[in-house]
Design a protein around this ligand. Structure first.
Ligand SMILES: C[S@@+](CC[C@H](N)C(=O)[O-])C[C@H]1O[C@@H](n2cnc3c(N)ncnc32)[C@H](O)[C@@H]1O
Length: 269
């Protein structure tokens, strides 16, 4: 019934204005401003629950004005209420806008130093629970991973634009394995912009992903295959969801299929 209604033109826009229904239902039908964030937070929180965890962390790398972080915070609050899991929210940024590009791989024909300046105090005043970590990731990330109160990282949004900054941000997977889930849901903002940026495997975020995968033997960042075909409302963000797989993580091979015959039998037709 909801599937049929959701295909009526304008129905989902109206639903977004009056967001009734469970987080699960609204995530299925993309009734969120940041649909990819909702999908990533909800999917990763469900995985964490299945693995018996009671708290997780979600991260936005690249905050700028803070629209994304405010949305992430609100999504985390609602997912937390629905699934009964504590969700810590972190946002990382220089606080002073884009650093200088390192070389052509940072796409200096698209971005340059000083883009996306933020007003940290204004943003902090609007945040309820999320923590803003300011400074270049090169300096802030190693300290962050040493925190004793860090809940396992479950979802990460990479929105740093540059190849070099994204490469640095992959350091988030270098801490002890308890600092993250065996599969961490990831969103990459800068992999889809064919007309202007011409994203490809040799520059930008896609280059950082390719190099990470070449350098790592037992860890891989892999696109979530065929998401577009599996969603009721295919959308651009479906192309931007990846998962960080860590094959040696102690929980990587733990069974997560629910109990019950129906999940363990082929259906007789
Ligand atoms: C496109 S903006 C982020 C937009 C934001 N996610 C949103 O949805 O509104 C990119 C941000 O990445 C930050 N950034 C880029 N390289 C960085 C680095 N090495 N360390 C920390 N922040 C960095 C910049 O300061 C900039 O604010």
């Amino acid at each position: 019934m909801i599937r049929l209604l959701s295909r009526i033109p304008g129905f989902r826009r109206l639903w977004l204005k009056f967001p009734i229904g469970s987080v699960a239902l609204r995530t299925e039908h993309d009734i969120w401003d940041r649909k990819a964030y909702a999908y990533g937070v909800y999917s990763s929180a469900k995985l964490a629950k299945t693995l018996g965890l009671d708290k997780i962390s979600v991260i936005e790398f690249g905050v700028a004005g803070g629209n994304g972080l405010l949305q992430l915070e609100e999504i985390a609050r609602q997912v937390s209420d629905e699934l009964g899991i504590n969700i810590q929210v972190y946002g990382f940024d220089t606080g002073t806008g884009m650093p200088p590009p390192v070389d052509y791989r940072d796409l200096p024909y698209v971005w340059e130093e000083g883009f996306y300046r933020m007003e940290p105090e204004k943003l902090r005043a609007r945040l309820r629970k999320a923590e803003l970590v300011l400074g270049n990731l090169q300096d802030t990330l190693p300290q962050f991973l040493n925190r004793t109160d860090l809940a396992p990282i479950a979802f990460v949004s990479f929105d740093l634009d540059y190849y070099s900054s994204t490469k640095t941000a992959f350091g988030v997977f270098d801490g002890p394995c308890e600092t993250r889930l065996p599969r961490v849901y990831c969103y990459f903002d800068d992999v889809v912009w064919p007309e202007h940026a011409c994203h490809n495997d040799f520059t930008g975020e896609l280059c950082a992903i390719r190099e990470y995968n070449e350098e790592q033997d037992r860890r891989k960042v892999a696109k979530l295959a065929n998401l577009t075909w599996m969603r009721p409302h295919p959308a651009r963000w479906n192309e931007q969801i990846y998962v960080h797989h860590e094959f040696d993580h102690p929980s990587y091979s733990r069974m997560i299929t629910p109990q019950g015959e129906k999940f363990r039998q082929n259906r007789i037709v």
